[in-house]
Design a protein around this ligand. Structure first.
Ligand SMILES: [Zn+2]
Length: 117
C-alpha cells in the first residue's frame, strides 16, 4: 500500500514538473519575442534619428532634451513612459490608457500622442 501511495505521489510530482517545464519553455518563447520586438524598435528609432539629424539638422542635445521632456511627462525621470488614466471626453468615465473606445459609452478616445501606450 505504501508503495502505491509513493508511486501516485511520484507521478503527481512528475506531472507538475512537466507542467513547470512547459511554462518555462513558453516564457522563454515570449521573452524571445519581446527581445526581438525591442531590437526592431531600437533599429527603427536609430534610423529615424539619423534621418532627422541628416535631413532636419537635429542635434544630439535636442534629442536628449526631448527624451527628458517626454520621460518627465509622467512625473518621474526614470526612462519609462507610464500611461496616466484617460477620461472619456463624452461621459468622463476613467478608461485604461491606450483604449480606443470608452467602455461605458463607446465614444472614441484619441490618445494625446500618436505613440502613447
Ligand atoms: Zn464615455
Amino acid at each position: 500500500m505504501w508503495d502505491i501511495l509513493q508511486q501516485i505521489e511520484l507521478n503527481n510530482l512528475r506531472s507538475r514538473q512537466t507542467d513547470a517545464e512547459g511554462q518555462v519553455r513558453n516564457s522563454d518563447f515570449r521573452v524571445g519575442g519581446v527581445e526581438h520586438r525591442i531590437s526592431k524598435l531600437e533599429l527603427v528609432c536609430q534610423a529615424l534619428y539619423e534621418l532627422l539629424r541628416e535631413r532636419g539638422g537635429m542635434t544630439d542635445e535636442e534629442l536628449r532634451r526631448k527624451i527628458r521632456e517626454i520621460d518627465l511627462r509622467d512625473g518621474a525621470e526614470d526612462t519609462r513612459m507610464r500611461p496616466k488614466p484617460v477620461h472619456c471626453p463624452k461621459c468622463a468615465a476613467t478608461t485604461t490608457a491606450g483604449a480606443l473606445y470608452c467602455p461605458q459609452c463607446g465614444a472614441v478616445i484619441a490618445p494625446k500622442y500618436p505613440f502613447s501606450p
